[in-house]
Design a protein around this ligand. Structure first.
Ligand SMILES: Cc1cc2nc3c(=O)[nH]c(=O)nc-3n(C[C@H](O)[C@H](O)[C@H](O)COP(=O)(O)OP(=O)(O)OC[C@H]3O[C@@H](n4cnc5c(N)ncnc54)[C@H](O)[C@@H]3O)c2cc1C
Length: 292
């Protein structure tokens, strides 16, 4: 049996990934697969395992740099309706991993549901935000996750609950290949108060982050007790450019990409930044950005 026998309609060959990432950079996926349901997803994972084909998962592409040559193997995208469902019961919101997080935050504001305000202005999917434990000074998603439904390469879904979950700074012990959905704890509150807080966080982000040019958010994690942006700034790297990629003048932990920028430009710039910061402070900056 061939890898995708009977599932051909779900698969695109050599599908460009650049437009699916916030950086707008990178080559194609050898196989780009959009399953419609959990059954198809499980079948794809099992066939990839049995044929030794690598599997990656693309969320909203907001924390991703794809190599100029693209990626071998399968890239799964949970764009199907079945992976974007929202259900609420007794203060618990269960959301498909493919659901857009900013849309979810706004939906909660309209419903008068509090808990996700801290995720205002953070682009990406629910699955990607759980995987990255997305957040910042206002809080992170991990603090409201009660359970996650996940799937490994055997293609069998299972649930992990709060007592078994650990969330750290941009990290989690939810390491299964696929996150299918997350159950988030929410509380009822005055919609006006929630909206006020969302607006405050949005203005804070708008004033401190460069918007309007392709980027992938913060490139480096903050070293313990330090700000990566401040270190990069003090190392004199603001505005530093390699090809079509340059360090934002507004927030030094953001790399901006001009039209035509290449992944190799970004990677060289990352190395230059690391070197400059290490030479000045003897601090090695760890990537927050995922590189494929
Ligand atoms: C303008 C801007 C501002 C940002 N601000 C912040 C911020 O304030 N705080 C913050 O934390 N981040 C921030 N980010 C980064 C980004 O928004 C987060 O990392 C977000 O969680 C990425 O989600 P995604 O769906 O886009 O993931 P992707 O970029 O698509 O993928 C990231 C990782 O998650 C994995 N993944 C995605 N979906 C799944 C799934 N269903 N199952 C398993 N693994 C999965 C991918 O395989 C990959 O390893 C910002 C990015 C931008 C562009």
């Amino acid at each position: 049996m061939k890898l995708f026998d009977g599932l051909e309609s779900l698969v695109k060959r050599d599908e460009p990934l650049a437009s699916r990432t916030w950086f707008h950079i990178g080559g194609p996926a050898e196989y780009f697969v959009e399953p419609h349901n959990v059954g198809q997803l499980g079948e794809i994972l099992r066939r990839c395992r049995d044929n030794g084909v690598g599997v990656r998962v693309l969320g909203g592409g907001a924390n991703l740099l794809v190599d100029d040559a693209g990626v071998k193997g399968v890239v799964i995208h949970l764009s199907g309706e079945a992976f974007r469902q929202v259900a609420c019961s007794e203060g618990l919101l269960t959301v498909g991993a493919g659901h857009d997080m900013p849309k979810l935050v706004l939906y909660c504001v309209r419903q008068g549901w509090a808990g996700l305000e801290c995720l205002t202005g953070i682009p990406g999917s629910v699955g990607g935000c759980v995987r990255m434990n997305a957040g910042g000074v206002f809080g992170d998603v991990g603090s409201v996750v009660e359970a996650v439904e996940v799937m490994d390469t055997d293609g069998v879904p299972f649930t992990r609950t709060r007592d078994d979950l650990v969330f750290g700074y941009r990290s989690t012990n939810v390491t299964s290949r696929l996150i299918l959905s997350a159950t988030l704890r929410i509380g009822e509150d005055d919609p006006h108060r929630i909206l006020r807080q969302v607006k405050e966080i949005w203005f804070y982000k708008k004033n401190s982050q460069p918007l309007g040019q392709p980027n992938a958010g913060c490139i480096f994690k903050n070293p313990r007790g330090m700000s990566a942006g401040a270190l990069i700034d003090q190392a004199g790297m603001k505005g530093h450019r390699v090809g079509g990629a340059w360090v934002s003048e507004k927030h030094a932990n953001f790399i901006l990409a001009d039209t035509g920028a290449r992944a190799s430009d970004v990677l060289k710039l990352i190395n230059s930044i690391r070197e400059a910061v290490y030479n000045k402070f003897e601090v090695y900056l760890e990537l927050e950005l995922e590189v494929w």
